[in-house]
Design a protein. Structure first.
Length: 273
């Protein structure tokens, strides 16, 4: 599933390629995504100029004059700008046709979403899908003090707390494992037992890990590609994720794996105590 770094990579690409351009028409070939694509999307967007491309968590927010198109890439979705688009394939579900190219939504599993939030409904951040999201990890609001306060009384593991989306958004499985390794914290540690100093280390590690992933174009484990079709390569730089049985890059101890919340966790028993 595309996580925060991948969605941010897409956002930056779209800001460069389509912001300021006007939609000529919208073609919806398959409306049955996680939630139905609005049937009047073409009527709402035709002739409208894309004013902004923002992100909240893993949601892309494409701002137009009278509302916002809220896009989620689901498990396998991609949003690509094609200057000369080929004929649509089986899983190319939605096209936004601009004057000099097409923004194409591709989603084999159809777990993604493309929803319209009208300006008359109020601020888009009050949308039900966005209102309950945690703090943005790359914002000034996310630091060790905030993480310490938010984890008091939480008995779940620190990895599960990071991934819940309630405390902080966008720290998916890869980035939680990598951040905890950088901070030297065992992923099974109860969140409430992580002290102030280690919360500060972890907040810094989360920010650094996500920033490094964005700089690497995200992680392309299966389906992810950026808006220009490029694959990310952070997966090749991972210190523990996906490296079970291989030597830790720091101490040489074999990297271990375990299951937490039906997800694979990778860690070094010597470096993360």
């Amino acid at each position: 599933m595309p996580e925060l770094p991948e969605v941010e990579v897409v956002r930056r690409g779209l800001r460069h390629s389509v912001r300021g351009r006007t939609v000529g028409s919208v073609q919806v070939r398959e409306p049955r995504l996680r939630w139905p694509v609005p049937g009047d999307l073409d009527a709402r967007l035709a002739g409208r100029t894309l004013r902004s491309v923002e992100r909240r968590g893993k949601y892309l927010l494409l701002g137009f004059d009278r509302g916002v198109l809220v896009v989620h890439l689901g498990m396998s979705g991609s949003l690509r700008f094609l200057a000369a688009p080929p004929p649509p394939s089986r899983h190319d579900h939605v096209d936004l046709l601009f004057e000099h190219g097409t923004l194409r939504y591709h989603d084999p599993r159809r777990f993604g979403a493309m929803l319209w939030h009208d300006a008359a409904q109020g601020p888009v951040l009050a949308h039900p899908l966005l209102a309950g999201l945690g703090v943005e990890p790359l914002s000034p609001a996310f630091d060790g003090a905030m993480l310490y306060r938010a984890t008091r009384g939480r008995r779940v593991s620190i990895k599960q707390a990071l991934m819940s989306g309630v405390l902080v958004v966008g720290v998916g499985n890869i980035y939680a494992s990598e951040s905890l390794f950088r901070a030297g914290i065992r992923p099974t540690t109860p969140a409430q037992r992580v002290g102030r100093e280690r919360c500060e280390l972890l907040a810094r590690a989360v920010r650094a890990t996500l920033s490094d992933a964005i700089a690497s174009g995200g992680s392309s484990l299966r389906d992810f590609v950026a808006s220009d079709g490029a694959c990310g390569h952070f997966q090749f730089d991972c210190l523990v994720y996906g490296r079970a049985g291989q030597p830790c890059r720091t101490c040489g101890e074999p990297v271990r794996s375990l299951r937490q919340g039906q997800r694979s966790t990778f860690f070094c028993a010597r470096c993360q105590r």
